[in-house]
Design a protein around this ligand. Structure first.
Ligand code: ADP
Length: 322
């Protein structure tokens, strides 16, 4: 491999910059040139590509977002465009590509590799929704933002004896809700993977029971994939008369300084990806599994299934009963 291209694709996540830095510096130190591809696959199609130096990635290790920008690129589903992207790689001398993103981005990488470019994916998403890995870059930072926000909400909701309904991100995956719920002592956690957890009447019952035992405020976490967080607060108010407010945390969950855990994984995975390309490997996804960095074939990784952490949900039921 002579030249590695690096891009971020799909939703941004804290730690992506640390990963870009790791890819860039470790490749340069191996004598490999590095090209930064901007705006995900859009930039690859349009040739929005800049040469990276050690200095290009200075002072970004602690910053959220991605200096390379990110985007969704629906045109990339068309095989003609995938071929064009591989031709653009050749124009810039790129023979290895590192794609930091989620499952969709890995599918795009696989398509580029069909035209002779070596590709490696790195899991970057706050959602922790990639089956082949126990960790995705951005998750810990997002959960910590939620924790911080809820600790503020707790002060005000306790003072007013309210019920706080908090909607968190995660798309179809409940992991952010589960971790944040456990970490903030939520009365209930509602996730899309489990029907029982997402049942309004169950949550109303928990609130009534906890109030009857003397608890004077409540926190309910609703994962984005469950939806209906505004309606839930209304329902709680209707049935219990308790003042209930919904807070949708939204994009603040994606911003801010990455945690140490995110920077660590981002850096290690970046170095690992460059090592794979340097060895001539292609069609791999870097993963963190059972405490170790490993890699899988992209298709194999995409076919994997992982159950959401119901152990967290069950533990929270045990310890949130007042
Ligand atoms: P994520 O990578 O976080 O899963 P998306 O699913 O939005 O995010 O995918 C990001 C981008 O990857 C898409 O906008 C598209 O450019 C590309 N992509 C997604 N799915 C495919 C696919 N099946 N084939 C080729 N490219 C894809």
């Amino acid at each position: 491999i002579r030249t590695i291209g690096v891009l971020t694709s799909g939703g941004d996540a804290q730690g992506m910059n640390a990963c870009i830095r790791a890819v860039t510096r470790s490749a340069l130190n191996k004598g490999i040139r590095v090209m930064g591809i901007r705006k995900g696959y859009n930039g690859l199609l349009r040739g929005d590509i800049v040469e990276m130096t050690a200095g290009s990635v200075a002072d970004i290790i602690h910053r959220g977002g991605t200096i390379l920008y990110t985007a969704r690129c629906p045109e990339f589903l068309e095989p003609d465009n995938q071929k064009r992207a591989s031709e653009m790689c050749k124009v810039f001398g790129i023979d290895g590509l590192v794609v930091i993103g989620g499952d969709g981005s890995f599918r795009g990488a696989k398509d580029v590799s069909k035209f002779g470019i070596n590709v490696v994916g790195i899991p970057g998403t706050i959602d922790l929704d990639i089956a082949c890995t126990d960790y995705t870059i951005g998750f810990d930072s997002a959960v910590n933002v939620v924790m911080d926000a809820i600790s503020r909400l707790r002060d005000t909701s306790a003072s007013h004896e309210r019920c706080s309904v908090v909607e968190v991100m995660g798309r179809h995956c409940g992991e952010i809700a589960l971790w944040a719920g456990l970490a903030t002592g939520a009365d209930a956690i509602m996730i899309p993977e489990d029907k029982e957890s997402a049942d309004f009447e169950r949550v109303v019952r928990i609130i009534l029971e906890n109030r009857a035992r003397g608890k004077n405020h409540n926190i309910i976490i609703v994962s984005e994939g469950v939806g209906g967080s505004q309606e839930l607060a209304k329902r709680i108010h209707e049935v219990t008369g308790i003042d209930s407010r919904t807070t949708i945390l939204g994009h603040i969950q994606r911003g801010g300084r990455p945690t140490a855990l995110d920077v660590k994984h981002a850096s290690m995975m970046g170095v690992y990806a460059v090592e794979l390309l340097a060895k001539g490997e292609t069609d791999r996804v870097v993963a963190y599994k059972n405490g170790q960095y490993v890699d899988y074939d992209i298709d194999e990784a995409l076919a994997m299934h992982r159950d959401v952490s119901m152990d967290i949900w069950k533990a929270n039921v045990d310890i949130s009963t007042y």
